[in-house]
Design a protein around this ligand. Structure first.
Ligand code: 1CP
Length: 344
């Protein structure tokens, strides 16, 4: 039996002298080898549902940079697709879904999520698993119910998810039913990902930060608690990272109440504050500004060092505060990984 993978050790609560590192959105557009494969692979969703190609894309950033974790190449919007909502991705414009404008539009969705509809994703996982280097951990993921619902309602990306916030104020009961369906779907989907071979999970609540406190409690905290509690019942050995973007002052409370093994920190959380205020029982992941990685040089080194120092001595996974930007120079990423691993 080999040594435990660094990412898994940290998620179990160990503090390592050199933190494991991976980047959100590492399997994607900033890599020339990704753009090359995509150019021949049809639409974005076709790519997500092509196990051979999706597995190769998942492994690309590992081969190039030697990260400590691979994240499944897929998207959070495969769940609405599996629920029968029409989803497409237009290049350069992000996702397009048939919007849900009023409660009766929810009747267009499948009454229950059929996890078998995402069979190609599990096949991708099985393929990656066979090829992954021994010390690299494999992360599966889904979007959190609030974030996925916000795209289902608006039908596209928006600056502040106003359509979903309005829908939830006007039709709280119908919105609650959509959230419940997404809670059930997330549990079923993540369980299948685990059974196919992922070793850790990340749940992306990218739009949590637009909600005022009572809405945050109802649409972010409670659904995440339900998903995590059920997965801990079903598959207790698999650690869970919750990336609740914009959670800010809620983080100490989330550390106590979500049941997650780690919290992802976005770019705007002060590392010193988080290290002090978030209880030591959960690992912290983050939180370099993706733009500092674009800039490189002094700005990148300084911020990297400040993050490493703030989290020294506690369980920490080095990551960005949000996804890697398409214009990120490859040599800046190599420089970052080198600095994390070879400091001092
Ligand atoms: O090639 C292309 O043109 C498509 C670009 C792309 C890629 C590479 C999209 C469309 N999704 C992805 C992959 C993806 N998405 C991964 C793969 C694994 C990885 O490397 O991390 C993951 C984890 C996601 C998750 C995701 N999709 C989130 C949560 C994380 C985040 O960035 O906040 C969200 C919000 C989405 C929706 C989505 N999918 C794609 C785009 C451009 C967007 C954002 C839409 C918007 O709000 O503008």
């Amino acid at each position: 039996m080999g040594e435990e993978k660094p990412l898994i050790a940290v998620l179990r609560g160990e503090a390592l002298p050199v933190p494991p590192v991976w980047l959100m959105r590492q399997a994607g557009r900033f890599l020339p080898e990704y753009r090359e494969l995509r150019a021949h692979a049809g639409s974005f969703l076709d790519t997500c549902y092509n196990p051979e190609i999706a597995a190769r894309i998942t492994l690309q950033p590992i081969e190039r940079f030697g990260f400590d974790a691979a994240i499944l190449f897929s998207d959070i919007l495969v769940v609405p697709d599996a629920l029968g909502q029409k989803v497409s991705f237009e290049s350069g414009h992000g996702p397009k879904l048939e919007p849900i404008g009023e409660p009766k539009d929810l009747e267009r969705l499948a009454p229950v999520f059929d996890a078998d509809r995402l069979a190609p994703v599990y096949e991708t996982i099985a393929r990656v698993k066979r090829e992954l280097p021994e010390r690299v951990a494999f992360i599966g993921f889904c979007g959190a119910p609030w974030t996925v619902a916000s795209y289902m309602i608006a039908g596209e990306g928006t600056p502040d998810q106003a359509p979903a916030r309005l829908f939830a104020y006007r039709h709280p009961e119908a919105f609650g039913r959509l959230i419940d369906r997404l809670v059930d779907a997330s549990i079923a989907y993540l369980t299948r990902q685990i059974d196919a071979g992922v070793e850790a999970l990340q749940i992306f609540d990218s739009w949590a930060g637009v909600l005022p406190p009572q809405e945050f409690e109802r649409w972010v905290v409670s659904p995440l608690q339900r998903i995590i509690a059920e997965l801990k019942q079903r598959r207790p050995a698999v650690p869970i990272i919750a990336f609740v973007r914009g959670a800010g002052p809620h983080l100490p409370d989330l550390a106590q109440r979500l049941g997650a093994d780690a919290l992802g920190l976005d770019t705007f959380v002060p590392p010193q504050w988080a290290a002090r205020e978030v209880s030591g029982g959960v690992a912290l992941q983050g939180n370099l500004d993706p733009l500092a990685l674009v800039a490189g040089g002094e700005a990148l080194d300084r911020q990297t060092d400040a993050i490493l120092e703030a989290f020294a001595g506690r369980p920490h996974i080095f990551n960005l505060g949000h996804g890697v930007l398409p214009e990120t120079p490859l040599d800046h990423v190599a420089r970052l990984v080198d600095r994390i691993r070879n400091r001092g």
